[in-house]
Design a protein around this ligand. Structure first.
Ligand code: GLN
Length: 190
């Protein structure tokens, strides 16, 4: 059985835990530095507010150790704010957070009118997934080696680089397992 650490500082980590548990994975909440001693097979960075999560990661001394683990190959799934935390570059910001995923993201990219919406997306050639976007970012640029997993209206909304998967949307809130199963497969074969 795989053990997945879910960052539980802020945001919708509980929904990820429930989805992962329903697929037979064991989950563990990451709240402080010593939690990283667990023998994790994967890591989930949930949606929420990236500025708040980023500050907490820094204040708790979690940023560098997590960055190291991801660089060493720990599979990671970042959704929405989690994608922002992973991205190498955030448009209109000088700072980034973990910065391990070689993409640029645009925060709150859909404006006020389209703050939240649903769509059906082709995901990683595995079929259609229902996708919920909540004040979502999109990926405005990808660098070498990044695989585009999904697009919506011509914008990249899911991408993978080696052990890292980043999504604009929230697969944990819809009744569909394709995205989490895809991630668990990466964790099982790492
Ligand atoms: N708008 C949020 C941010 O910039 C992300 C929203 C989300 O995670 N649903 O961090």
């Amino acid at each position: 059985m795989v053990l997945i650490g879910v960052l539980a500082l802020q945001g919708d980590f509980a929904e990820h835990k429930a989805k992962l548990a329903s697929l037979g994975a064991k989950t563990f909440e990451i709240r402080q530095l010593k939690d990283l001693e667990e023998p994790l097979d994967g890591l989930v960075l949930p949606g929420g507010e990236s500025t708040v999560q980023g500050k907490l990661l820094r204040d708790l001394g979690l940023l560098k150790p997590l960055q190291e683990k991801i660089k060493q190959g720990l599979p990671v799934l970042g959704t929405c704010a989690g994608l922002i935390l992973l991205s190498e570059k955030v448009e209109n910001q000088t700072d980034n957070y973990l910065g391990t995923l070689p993409v640029t993201v645009k925060r709150n990219a859909y404006g006020r009118q389209l703050g939240s919406f649903h769509a059906n997306l082709d995901f990683a050639k595995l079929g259609q997934v229902p996708a919920t976007f909540i004040r979502a970012p999109y990926i405005s640029e990808v660098r070498d080696g990044v695989e585009i997993l999904s697009q919506h209206d011509g914008k990249i909304v899911a991408a993978r680089y080696q052990n890292q998967v980043g999504l604009s949307f929230h697969p944990e809130v819809d009744d569909n397992d394709i995205v989490h199963s895809y991630f668990l497969k990466i964790c099982q074969t790492k």
